[in-house]
Design a protein around this ligand. Structure first.
Ligand SMILES: Cc1cc2nc3c(=O)[nH]c(=O)nc-3n(C[C@H](O)[C@H](O)[C@H](O)COP(=O)(O)O)c2cc1C
Length: 348
């Protein structure tokens, strides 16, 4: 209530020309809070909803609840403990690239408030795998599973993409419960082509093998590798993704990233980038349903796209997802949405 009547109007107005201002301000505060155990306990006590009915084991990882924070919110992993204290069941941090990069020119996030949507063309701004490794080595650990999303650096030529992903995998291995191979962000030139059958096959084979090799050296079990896909793939492209994932022992599919489509918008916009939020929900559900039908429970699906409350969450789980993630609704609805969804899921 307080979020929508007070906090959101102030934050949205203060960052009307560039929504990223609000994001960086918030992340700075959350990063500071992440270092205080006492404050984290207070945040957790007032925000997190706990119930054994919400716990689940998926791709070998135990999740306290199925509601995760989607990739791209905490790109450098600076505020993971504070975000965890809000009640998320897991966080996908990143997307991280081998090299530090600034991303596209600002403004690069646009609010479409009447559509409950965002358009972004961030282009993976992040501190790079080395700096993030150094920072995580000194940081408190959040008590929930963390997946690290890895992507290709803009300066890396397409032919060297695999080495770029492997570098980040190595650097972040000790800090991840699972990895997501991001081949679906629309804002890095050429990235989505890595979803095509042959390049995807080579990339996933290399990453899964590397995860297994690292685990063998340390005598532990290999960390799960998942792939995140775009909502704009055709059924035949989805069939290719499924075939590759099953052949290469990918442990899950995250569906979906933002869309290039602009259907169903009230807001008239010519901004380029990926669209997220409510207008994405139907398409993301269609993709999840199709994947579920074809996969026959062979590997799990994480559903993401336009989930704005318990009904959307249930619909996504009913469509075949084992876990869900939110991003845009976290911006529009505030942290209370996590508890609202979890409370309803625990009841049903
Ligand atoms: C500003 C912004 C930045 C994002 N950055 C990333 C990213 O770095 N990596 C990624 O996999 N997805 C990224 N996403 C996509 C989200 O993780 C999610 O897949 C998408 O927004 C759909 O979910 P939603 O409708 O709940 O927002 C980003 C989304 C937004 C709005």
């Amino acid at each position: 209530m307080l979020f929508k009547t007070l906090i959101r109007p102030v934050m949205f107005r203060a960052s009307a020309n560039d929504p990223e201002i609000a994001h960086h301000w918030l992340m700075g505060r959350m990063a500071t809070l992440s270092h205080s155990q006492t404050i984290l306990k207070i945040i957790e006590a007032t925000n997190a909803y706990k119930s054994s009915a919400l716990e689940r084991d998926v791709f070998g990882v135990h999740f306290p609840n199925p509601v995760g924070l989607a990739g791209g919110f905490d790109k450098n992993g600076i505020a993971l403990p504070a975000l965890a204290a809000l009640g998320f069941g897991f966080i996908e941090a990143g997307t991280v690239t081998r090299y530090a990069q600034p991303g596209n020119a600002r403004p690069r996030i646009f609010r479409l408030s009447e559509d409950n949507a965002l358009i972004n063309r961030m282009g993976f701004p992040n501190d790079g795998a080395d700096a993030i490794h150094a920072h995580l080595s000194q940081s408190p650990k959040p008590g929930i599973p963390i997946g690290w999303s890895i992507g290709k650096s803009k300066i890396t030529p397409q032919e060297e993409a695999i080495e770029d992903y492997l570098y980040s995998l190595h650097k972040l291995y000790d800090f991840a419960d699972f990895f997501t191979v991001n081949v679906s962000s629309p804002n890095t030139p050429g990235l989505r082509q890595l979803q095509d059958k042959e390049p995807l096959d080579r990339l996933l084979q290399a990453i899964v093998q590397e995860s297994e090799a690292i685990a063998q050296k340390t005598g532990s079990s290999a960390k799960a590798v998942l792939v995140k896909i775009a909502p704009d793939l055709t059924e035949s492209q989805l069939d290719d993704v499924i075939e590759v994932c099953l052949n290469r022992h990918v442990r899950g599919i995250i569906a979906t990233n933002t869309t290039l489509a602009r259907t169903g918008l009230r807001h008239n916009t010519s901004e380029s980038g990926g669209l997220s939020g409510r207008p994405l929900h139907q398409r993301s559900l269609e993709v999840i349903r199709y994947l579920n039908q074809q996969l026959q429970n062979k590997i799990p699906i994480i559903g993401v796209g336009g989930i704005f409350g318990p009904d959307d969450a249930k619909r996504t789980l009913d469509a075949g997802a084992s876990l869900i993630q939110i991003y845009t609704s976290f911006i529009y609805e505030g942290p209370g949405i996590i508890k609202r969804i979890n409370r309803e899921l625990a009841r049903s």
